[in-house]
Ligand binder design. Structure first.
Ligand SMILES: [Zn+2]
Length: 276
């Protein structure tokens, strides 16, 4: 059977925040519908570098994107490029950084939010800019609207690999801190949206992975070595066998090869080994 994967990146949602607030995801684990492990990110634990590490299985020092200020098109084999080269269809609902990394075309402020081009590594997408992001207005899309766009892309294009990148928990963490009610509420809001989306996506034939790029500390920051910055959750809804034992700490660098293996595509030699 042709396997398809949706990867959800809950930007800035650390392990403790997710496991304490995500009642749907944790309930699925308790019921045996999903598995969950603690995952350790690469460093520096920043968004752009981690997006690329998740997709290439490489440390930032290796793929070269070590800061958000250094964002550019990916030059390493990544989930999108390897899947596309194998004849798979790729799609994403994600912030503009992903356009820069995996579309590699000029960002057209009035047109690029909707993307469909089979010759780019992300072939079908709905991007959002967050233009004007700040403490007064977070400019973050509603979690359920992002899930709706994923569902529409899944039903329209049947992509084999579909990325959902949600930004709002990170935004509120930067505004209010990782120990704030506002941040924890937003992490729960992602869970609340996924509680309706994941059963639908499973019915559409997708395995679903939910993780985060990094966590968030009480000082509204991430990027360093603190556990609260580097510990993120990794949830798996799917049929894979020989899964890691409960309690094992997983490496974020294993995500790329894992997703490709689930798609029955051979991972790039440069990627760290698959988690399962
Ligand atoms: Zn981030």
């Amino acid at each position: 059977m042709n396997k398809k994967v949706i990867l959800v990146i809950m930007d800035g949602s650390g392990y403790d925040a997710a496991t304490s607030q995500c009642g749907y995801l944790e309930g699925a684990v308790e019921l045996g519908q999903a598995r969950r492990w603690k995952m350790i990110t690469a460093t520096p634990s920043l968004s752009g570098p981690m997006y690329e590490s998740i997709h290439t299985g490489l440390w930032p020092h290796e793929h070269g994107i070590v800061s958000n200020e250094g964002m550019r098109a990916s030059t390493s084999a990544n989930i999108f490029s390897v899947a596309r080269a194998a004849g798979k269809t790729t799609a994403a609902v994600a912030q503009e950084y992903f356009h820069k990394l995996y579309v590699d075309r000029p960002w057209d402020r009035l047109r690029s939010v909707e993307h469909s081009d089979p010759d780019t590594d992300i072939q079908h997408a709905r991007f959002y800019s967050m233009e004007g992001y700040g403490p007064v207005n977070a400019m973050a899309p509603a979690e359920i609207d992002l899930c709706a766009q994923v569902t529409i892309l899944a039903e329209t294009h049947q992509p084999d690999y579909l990325l959902l990148h949600s930004c709002a928990a990170d935004t509120l963490g930067h505004t209010f801190g990782g120990d704030s009610a506002e941040y924890r509420w937003q992490v729960w809001m992602i869970d609340n949206a996924l509680s309706r989306a994941i059963p639908t996506w499973r019915d559409l034939g997708y395995e679903v992975i939910v993780t985060a790029d990094h966590g968030m500390n009480a000082e509204k920051h991430h990027g360093g070595m603190e556990k609260i910055m580097r510990e993120v959750p990794f949830y798996y809804f799917g049929e894979a066998e020989s899964l890691p034992e409960d309690g094992k700490e997983l490496s974020q660098l294993g995500i790329a090869a894992t997703v490709l293996r689930r798609l029955e595509v051979t991972p790039a030699d440069t990627m760290r080994p698959a988690l399962f």
